[in-house]
Design a binder for this molecule. Structure first.
Ligand code: GDD
Ligand code: MG
Length: 358
């Protein structure tokens, strides 16, 4: 038996307004909540039991995630107060069944990857390590945890979100998946907030525990920002990112009950949610349109997220924007890179235009 703890209790602040109603791991991606991609990948790697470490909007997980449907045992552990990443792992301890020396996997709940999970666990067990971290190289590591290793693959430091150029000692980052010897989880202090990155890993290194890193150069993405979220969704639909929950990759994905005009153009790994309506002459490219959204004639939506039940008026141009659930964008608006419209907001027709010919 292999057990895993899935950390899904964060507030998803950088993904607001999408995460006001829905916790980040429950946002729909390629037809299912994001967490289902992670759960089914873990299941296919031999994980038989997952403790979902929830806090923010735990009710949404309770309502929509059913282990029986997914072919795996799921136990939900809810923190009354968010305990941080390490505190959440410690809080999950009474829910685990593994023996003190057995490996327990931990996953951040917002990472999409092609990691060979089973190989990571085997590397951990074969090396007799206390903890084994999945690492990946990235172009700009500043938003992550930097994890340099020595010639033997031993972790030498853990630098979470480096503040100064001197701290950028490697491009190798914590990719958000670890294997712990269960007794390491026992040693995390209980009943208070703990950061696994800022407290637990540095403490293990200070105690001279064996902490190994495994560098994997395959697909990796943290879906924590709107543009990363759109990219992850696109990559799943196109089959660039692997998931058992996307059985048939293609140029786009249209979910049940959606109505698509015959001359609408859907490309670039777009997803059209359940019962959404895409009218004549609309172009949707590399975007995510949530359930029940409506896009009127001639609108152009690229690299954007259209929230559930939102409406986009005729001839709008939406590019690199996030439209909250139920918002209504009047005809002829142009919403460009980085614009976020809060849920339920109503934008008058033509209120925002940028083109010189407007
Ligand atoms: N249960 C619970 N309780 N979960 C939490 C809590 C909490 O208090 N706080 C955060 N989490 C969960 C989040 O839901 C997310 O799945 C995971 O822990 C990591 O939190 P993020 O907020 O996404 O962290 P990050 O992306 O800034 O940084 C982390 O991930 C990077 C890789 O994506 C760190 O682990 C970095 O070191 C790492 O490089
Ligand atoms: Mg993250």
């Amino acid at each position: 038996m292999t057990e895993a703890v899935l950390l899904v209790g964060g507030q998803g602040t950088r993904l607001r307004p999408l995460t006001i109603n829905t916790p980040k791991p429950m946002l729909p991606v390629a037809g299912v909540p994001f967490t289902v991609h992670q759960i089914t990948r873990a299941r296919d790697a031999g994980v038989t039991r997952i403790v979902l470490a929830t806090s923010y909007r735990a009710d949404v997980f309770q309502e929509f995630i059913d282990g029986a449907d997914l072919g795996i045992e799921i136990v939900i552990a809810t923190e009354d107060q968010p305990l941080g990443t390490g505190g959440a792992i410690r809080h999950a301890l009474p829910y685990l069944q593994s023996g003190a020396n057995e490996p327990v996997l931990v996953f951040n709940g917002d990472v999409l990857s092609g990691l060979d999970i089973d190989a990571l666990v085997r590397h951990h067990v074969d090396g007799g390590a206390d903890a084994t971290l999945y690492l990946t190289p990235v172009a700009d590591p500043r938003a992550f945890g930097l994890v340099p290793t020595d010639a033997f693959g031993r972790v030498t430091q853990f630098l979470e979100k480096p503040q100064t150029p001197e701290e950028i000692v490697t491009d190798q980052i914590n990719a958000g998946c670890y294997v712990f010897r269960r007794s390491v989880i026992d040693s995390i202090p209980g009943g208070r907030s703990v950061s696994v990155e800022r407290e637990t890993f540095p403490a293990l290194l200070a105690a001279n525990s064996l902490v190994q890193g495994v560098v994997d150069r395959g697909y990796w993405l943290d879906l924590g920002t709107p543009m990363a979220f759109v990219q992850g969704s696109r990559d799943l639909v196109l089959g660039i990112a692997p998931s058992p929950a996307v059985p048939k990759p293609g140029a786009y994905l249209v979910l049940d009950g959606a109505e698509i005009a015959s001359d609408a153009v859907l490309t670039g790994g777009s997803t059209i949610g359940r019962c959404a309506q895409i009218s004549a002459g609309v172009v949707v490219e590399g975007s995510v349109v949530f359930d029940d959204a409506r896009i009127a004639d001639g609108a152009r939506v690229t690299g954007s997220i259209i929230g559930a039940g939102a409406t986009v008026g005729a001839n709008c141009v939406i590019d690199g924007a996030v439209i909250g659930d139920g918002a209504s964008i009047g005809a002829g608006n142009e919403l460009l890179a980085g614009v976020r419209i809060w849920p339920g907001v109503q934008l008058a027709p033509g209120a925002l235009r940028f083109s010189s010919d407007a």
